[in-house]
Design a protein around this ligand. Structure first.
Ligand SMILES: [Zn+2]
Length: 204
């Protein structure tokens, strides 16, 4: 069984200094870290927050994703795809089930769709010229309605490899929106061709 919240906090504090700051370690030592270690310090550890605050949309009646079923660049009867604007990386796409599910309560049929859609979307994002990799994330701490992130890593930007990419995305200037929109259309069209679905919320 995992450490309980107080045990985990005590375990972390045992490695911290008098100001409850952990030492810099590992990722900040990578040469692709966006932050040089010189002058960098870690925020003081905070005690557990219990019970945890609700995430957005815990109640489906109050869920923005459920209200946005018709918003996106690709749809089928169970899923929709959106583009996240104002990104720093060349393209960020998000895959959402139309119905209110989180990852842990996704019906098996939808989980099977999600696997195939994830593979197809990764293929199509990586087929965009000058995109080398699609990173795929599911975090789930902010919104209760399942949403998968697809982050496009630009070709040749070896500094943007790996798990610092979402931080680099936040640091980089806003990517040209017309270029990202055109590449998103390209991915959506490829998904219609390879998987099915349509570019509009409902069948014509
Ligand atoms: Zn929802």
């Amino acid at each position: 069984m995992a450490l309980d919240p107080e045990e985990f906090y005590a375990h972390a504090l045992a490695a911290a200094d008098a100001e409850q700051r952990l030492p810099l370690a590992r990722m900040t030592g990578w040469d692709i870290s966006p932050f040089p270690q010189d002058g960098l310090r870690v925020s003081p550890l905070r005690p557990p927050v219990l019970p945890e605050p609700p995430r957005h949309g815990e109640d489906p009646a109050d869920c923005a994703s459920c209200r946005a079923r018709d918003e996106g660049i690709w749809f089928d009867d169970h899923w929709r795809l959106t583009r996240i604007p104002r990104a720093g990386v060349p393209l960020i796409l998000m895959l959402h089930p139309l119905d209110h599910h989180d990852m842990a309560d996704l019906p098996d049929e939808r989980a099977a769709d999600m696997g195939v859609l994830t593979a197809h979307l990764t293929r199509h994002v990586q087929a965009v010229p000058h995109i080398s990799r699609a990173h795929v994330y599911r975090i789930g701490d902010g919104g209760a309605h399942l949403h998968l992130w697809f982050f496009a890593r630009p070709e040749g930007q070896a500094q943007l490899y790996g798990s610092w990419l979402p931080v680099w995305d936040d640091l980089l200037p806003e990517y040209p929106d017309d270029v990202a929109a055109a590449d998103a259309e390209r991915v959506a069209d490829a998904l219609v061709a390879s998987y099915g679905g349509r570019r509009t919320p409902r069948a014509a």
